[in-house]
Design a protein around this ligand. Sequence first.
Ligand code: PEP
Length: 256
Amino acid sequence: MKKELRKAIIAGNWKMNKTRPEAQQLINELKPIANGIGCEVVICVPFTSLAAAVEAVKDTGIKVGAQNVHFEANGAYTGEISAVMLKEIGAEYVIIGHSERRQYFGETDETVNKRTKAALAGGLIPIVCVGELLWEREANITEEVVSRQIKLAFAGIGAADAAKTVIAYEPVWAIGTGVTATNEQAQEACKLIRGRLEALYGKSVADSVTIQYGGSMNAQNAAELLAKEDVDGGLIGGASLKAADFGVIIKAATVG
Ligand code: PEP
């Protein structure tokens, strides 16, 4: 498989962190670090900081994303935000189906599919998260779980749209735990995902989609993970909140 065909994308998932002034400060610290970097740098900030982040990254290569999107364009969905709204504010990416949304907010493979379609229809790049729970890995059903998540997330999505997506392989047991998948486990799962894409859409789509690893990726382990053939980038939680650490990771992606 041809890593050089794919865009290396490092996305920070800030989760529910940073007020607007704090977001502005972190972006100011990131700007010189990201300047001239050879990978795509994305920061997925809380909804309340989207406008400030879009303004702050103007004239830099840094892109802004959201952390969720509703599947309807508008209507009586109190508390929700649509793709149209995200696009209008200047977001380019959106994380979909993060394990915290699945665990705490009732996200299912079906709603992941609906949100992915809505994001694509709205001109956003979805970062579709998949990954197994600890018991699923221990029961040796990682392949089955991840294959099912991919199949259902992409149900009814055509090849041209699938080619516009980013997929994040995030083993749930590695998210926010300080326990990282081994380089081999990350590679194996990302390769499996690429194989599923090939079965659904053919080789050229599979070869072109960026597949990230996420789960306690940090300044120390990023280079080795990103050097793996099918690991094209990272979705970074905790380490994206520190400019210096995030900087090491984006530099590693530029090389890897
Ligand atoms: C995440 O939130 O997607 C994530 C990978 O978090 P962390 O890097 O903190 O494990």
